[in-house]
Design a protein around this ligand. Structure first.
Ligand code: ZN
Length: 142
């Protein structure tokens, strides 16, 4: 069972933290007279929400998930880059070739090349699966 850190306060105003599995477990121990204030050993203890502690634990979890998202994004970029490297370079014929593949006029394969912004928009609107990579340079991923 995972233990969580909760904040408590006794009737004498002592604030302390304790690791317990759940609030229910705390109530059980308190009702049995087993939950004591570590400072004065009184049994009249209640749970409190400590603002600094809540803020700290929240920011920790956010940065952890941000790091995860960053890693996933990096893996995705790496994957795309590998696909680009193995793709056939069709240069300025990219738009025409991508469309031809999409409609079955050309053998299905990965291609790369250059296209004008209008061409890219047209392809996306037609539902041709392309990845416009020029965008990547405009925005710093951080
Ligand atoms: Zn106390």
């Amino acid at each position: 069972m995972a233990l969580k850190v909760f904040n408590f306060k006794c009737k004498n105003g002592h604030l302390f933290e304790a690791m317990i599995p759940s609030v229910k477990e705390f109530e059980k121990q308190r009702d049995a007279g087993l939950f004591l204030c570590p400072f004065c050993e009184c049994r009249e203890v209640e749970r409190v929400l400590s603002a600094p502690h809540v803020a700290r634990s929240r920011s920790t979890s956010v940065s952890a998930s941000e790091k995860e998202a960053q890693e996933r994004l990096e893996n995705l970029i790496k994957e795309v880059a590998e696909q680009i490297n193995s793709a056939e370079d069709v240069g300025e014929k990219f738009a025409a070739e991508a469309r031809a593949i999409h409609y079955g006029d050309s053998p299905e394969r990965s291609i790369r090349g250059t296209a004008k912004t209008e061409e890219v928009i047209e392809l996306i609107e037609e539902g041709v699966p392309i990845v416009p990579l020029g965008v990547k340079n405009d925005r710093k991923v951080n």
